[in-house]
Design a protein around this ligand. Structure first.
Ligand SMILES: [Zn+2]
Length: 225
């Protein structure tokens, strides 16, 4: 079972990808984790990726494909994967299909977690985080116990530069430009499911589960990965 999660910044895609992986017994793989892990393990491809990251550049598609290829071969935790934030471009989507086909696998479902630009801005504006330990709070749905102070480590909370309105709008437009072709690609193949991300997170999670028909396979039965 291979499921791909697609969603703009602020959509909560990461949360729902993680919850889906847990629920369905699949590996959760985010692009960030994949990169960090390869860099830490100092694999050849990890060292190549690090050069780009150190230079503040986007890691190119061919390096991403090598990372995913390594991941698919490692088989740690089984064949089933929930991809979170990958593929981000049409070239990556086509590359992923090639890598999967070589291994007798395919993308079973693509899950679009959909949000409007204004909603994303509103949501991100409510996010504050701890620069010390990385904890993230939401002023409305998950506020810290003491205003401006991290519950976990006592650090001073702040709005990340990534979450400021102008940055969110820029990231949103970049997401649309790069990722709309990916969404169309999966829609044309008839494997795109889509959920509007509004309302409480548990409610959205239920909608995601329903849209995936359990864990995403046509029969609605779980493979147990
Ligand atoms: Zn903290």
């Amino acid at each position: 079972m291979i499921i791909v999660f697609v969603g703009a910044p602020g959509s909560g895609k990461g949360t729902h990808a993680r919850r889906t992986a847990e629920r369905c017994g699949l590996r959760h793989v985010s692009t960030g984790d994949l990169l960090r892990d390869a860099v830490e393990r100092k694999t050849d491809v990890g060292l190549r990726a690090k050069e780009y990251m150190d230079a503040g550049k986007l890691v190119p598609d061919e390096v991403m494909m090598d990372l995913v290829s390594e991941l698919l071969d490692s088989r740690e935790g089984g064949d089933g994967v929930v991809f979170d934030g990958f593929p981000r471009t049409l070239a990556q989507a086509e590359g992923l299909d090639r890598l999967l086909a070589e291994r007798g696998l395919k993308v079973d479902k693509a899950m679009l977690v959909d949000i409007s630009e204004d909603e994303a801005v509103e949501r991100m504006a409510l996010r504050i985080s701890c620069p010390k330990c990385g904890a993230v709070y939401n002023l409305k749905s998950n506020p810290p116990g003491v205003e401006g102070v991290c519950d976990k480590c006592g650090g001073k909370l702040e709005v990340r530069s990534d979450d400021r309105e102008e940055t969110v709008r820029d990231r949103f437009k970049e997401f649309r430009r790069q990722t709309q072709p990916v969404i169309d690609y999966y829609r044309d193949r008839g494997i795109l499911a889509s959920v509007r991300t509004s309302g409480p997170v548990d409610e959205v999670a239920r909608k995601v589960a329903a849209a995936l028909d359990g864990c995403g396979d046509a029969g609605g039965t779980s493979e147990g990965a």
